[in-house]
Design a protein around this ligand. Structure first.
Ligand SMILES: N[C@@H](CCC(=O)N[C@@H](CS)C(=O)NCC(=O)O)C(=O)O
Length: 251
């Protein structure tokens, strides 16, 4: 019995969702209510948490390492050892510490987008979280979300001094460089942990039709990688719950 405690819009939890799809494991996403974190989460205060047969662990990368240990015969996230493993772990750290905080800065975004995307975040949360969230809170989401401590921390971490749009485009370029000409990151022929960690950072915002999320269409190389990943991650349950998806992902 595998259960992923998640929010539909959590980039870190989405990363673990992709690990589970890659490993072709049966699992149940449990969309927790943000107002009941303490009561609903089996450990800690942060999403994601993964429970396997009653044992629960937090933190996306350690969860990935645990999955490889627990299910060694399922497709691996990383090679067992050696320099290639270290290199892929370094790439995963880049995704976790640079690309993901970048998403927290790019979405909601700036100006009017900040409000429109903030409402979208609230709406997706309200339509996926167990028990929903009260309408006034959904309405206040654009203001609420930017005041949450961990969001502020990640936005500050992502602030490279460039305007939001420029910073986002720079991350796209840095991501594409890391493909090293390969179909997958580090020039590999199969996806590994950092590809699975990175996929939701483009796919979620695109599929949920966030304002500004479609700028990836200007980069055919990125769209082609998303298509290759999409074929690989076509299992159940889908990363984006169908009732909130607004745009089909490249496949
Ligand atoms: N290092 C953690 C970060 C997880 C994280 O920041 N989760 C957010 C949701 S996207 C959270 O639950 N934040 C609540 C908090 O920090 O109070 C990971 O990689 O899993």
């Amino acid at each position: 019995m595998i259960r992923l405690y998640t929010y539909a819009m959590s980039p870190y939890a989405a990363k673990v969702h992709c690990f589970l799809l890659h490993k072709r494991l049966d699992f149940e996403p449990y969309y927790i209510n943000p107002l009941r974190v303490k009561q609903e989460l089996p450990v800690g205060r942060q999403i994601p948490v993964l429970s396997i047969d009653g044992e629960s662990r937090a933190d996306s990368t350690p969860i990935g390492l645990w999955l490889d240990e627990r299910f060694p015969d399922a497709p691996r996230l990383l090679p067992r050892d050696g320099a290639e493993r270290e290199r892929l772990l370094e790439l995963d750290h880049w995704v976790t510490d640079r690309l993901i905080p970048g998403s927290f800065r790019s979405y909601p975004g700036e100006g009017l987008d900040r409000i429109r995307n903030g409402w979208k975040l609230g709406s997706v949360m309200g339509r996926t979280a167990r028990g929903g969230i009260p309408a006034p809170l959904r309405f206040a989401w654009p203001w609420f979300v930017t005041r949450v401590a961990f969001v502020r921390r990640l936005v500050a971490q992502a602030d490279d001094g460039l305007p939001v749009g420029e910073s986002k485009r720079k991350l796209y370029d840095q991501f594409l460089e890391r493909l090293e000409g390969g179909p997958f990151l580090a020039g590999r022929t199969e996806p590994s942990m950092p590809d699975l960690a990175a996929y939701p950072q483009f796919a979620l915002f695109y599929a949920l039709a966030f304002h500004g999320g479609d700028d990836i269409e200007e980069r055919p190389e990125l769209m082609a990688w998303l298509g290759r990943m999409g074929k690989h991650l076509d299992g159940e349950p889908p990363l984006v719950p169908p009732h909130v998806r607004e745009r089909a992902l490249p496949a």
